[in-house]
Design a protein around this ligand. Structure first.
Ligand SMILES: [Zn+2]
Length: 359
């Protein structure tokens, strides 16, 4: 790819339910992560210094989604999308692991921080600024920006705005701040082609110039599909014999109990697959270390609980404090969730229960 190539980009948006932004009683749009303060007078944060470790709110599970907006112009991406970005745009993002809020449990999401900054708006001259650091006290893009571009040209496929905006017109502290994230039209098209879901081209203005891909952009999409090879298709964690053997060893499974399986199927109204059959035969007492002070201890089938949540999860390992691990029996790979008794929320921690025994 030539260095000075001009690429057409558009802002993207995703679900209002964000992974690193919460609505609290104190403030709408409260960031989960704490930013370093760069000005002691107006408390403006250092918006270019990403907090570490980077947390994702508890109870935010987006299955079937692979790319989402993150706070301040960054993105959350799946491991597949990360690999694709690394092949197609080797230097355009910096990646950070993410963790379930206030824990050391990593999530399946990577934070992708665009290295390319673009200017897509400018605050009007008459807006009050902090006397110490000169940051505007508020920057509503509709009324307090001189201009606000949703589409622009740049020399990268992934970018974020260097400028920031606030939805509050009086004080950014009332609602936090935001930055736009841009993807190239050709990348948006590629993501659509490979079913990497989660983001949408922002349709603020109906700019016919940006409605369709050019011939060159279409060609780029075709060539990129070639380049990414097998990553075109969604990665499914395969259930291998080796994985099953490790699982049996880890959970002390020596035989299968048909009686338990029958009870299980009746109780949860499902037909047990290969993995759920094994889970029915897990022996009591297995300890599972998942990054907490104390490991979780397997209870037996009579103690299994079921969540009232829409996607029913079944608990199979408990600790003495009331936390437990759950899995999703309706999913072929049986993803594993953690239940936190203090927050009463469930978090996806592994894309398959087999991964628990893989380490
Ligand atoms: Zn200031």
């Amino acid at each position: 790819m030539e260095d000075n190539q001009i690429i057409r980009l558009s802002t993207v948006c995703s679900s209002d339910r964000r992974m690193d932004i919460l609505d609290t009683h104190k403030m709408l749009d409260t960031p989960v992560n704490k930013y370093e303060i760069s000005c002691k007078v107006c408390n403006f944060p250092n918006i270019d210094k990403t907090p570490e470790p980077y947390f994702i709110a508890k109870g935010r599970d987006f299955s079937g989604i692979e790319i989402m907006e993150a706070d301040l112009g960054n993105l959350f991406v799946s491991i597949r999308v990360k690999k694709i970005f690394e092949i197609l745009f080797p230097d355009q993002c910096t990646y950070k692991k993410t963790f379930i809020y206030q824990t050391e449990i990593s999530t399946k999401w990577w934070l992708a921080i665009p290295n390319k900054l673009v200017v897509n708006g400018e605050v009007k001259k008459n807006i009050k600024r902090c006397l110490a650091c000169n940051q505007p006290l508020h920057a509503h893009p509709g009324t307090q920006y001189k201009f606000w571009l949703q589409e622009l040209e740049a020399t990268a496929d992934i970018a974020k705005s260097g400028n920031w905006l606030s939805t509050d017109e009086y004080d950014w502290k009332n609602c936090w701040i935001g930055r736009d994230v841009f993807l190239s039209l050709r990348l948006i098209s590629l993501l659509k082609k490979i079913s990497a879901k989660g983001i949408y081209k922002t349709a603020m203005t109906d700019n016919p110039k940006y409605g369709q891909l050019t011939k060159a952009e279409k060609l780029w999409v075709e060539q990129s599909l070639e380049k990414i090879g097998d990553l075109k298709t969604i990665i499914k964690s395969d259930i291998t014999k080796e994985g099953i053997d490790k699982f049996k060893l880890f959970f002390l499974i020596s035989d299968k109990s048909d009686l338990k399986i029958a009870l299980f199927e009746k109780k949860f109204k499902i037909s047990a697959n290969e993995i759920t059959t094994l889970i029915c035969s897990i022996k009591s007492g297995t300890q599972i270390i998942i990054g907490f002070d104390n490991p979780l201890i397997i209870g037996d089938i009579e103690h299994w609980k079921i969540t009232k949540a829409k996607n029913k999860l079944v608990a199979f390992a408990f600790d003495e404090y009331g936390n437990y691990l759950l899995f999703s029996p309706s999913d072929k790979n049986c993803p594993v969730y953690f239940y936190d008794h203090e927050t009463m929320l469930y978090d996806l921690i592994q894309s398959s229960i087999l991964n628990l025994s893989a380490g």
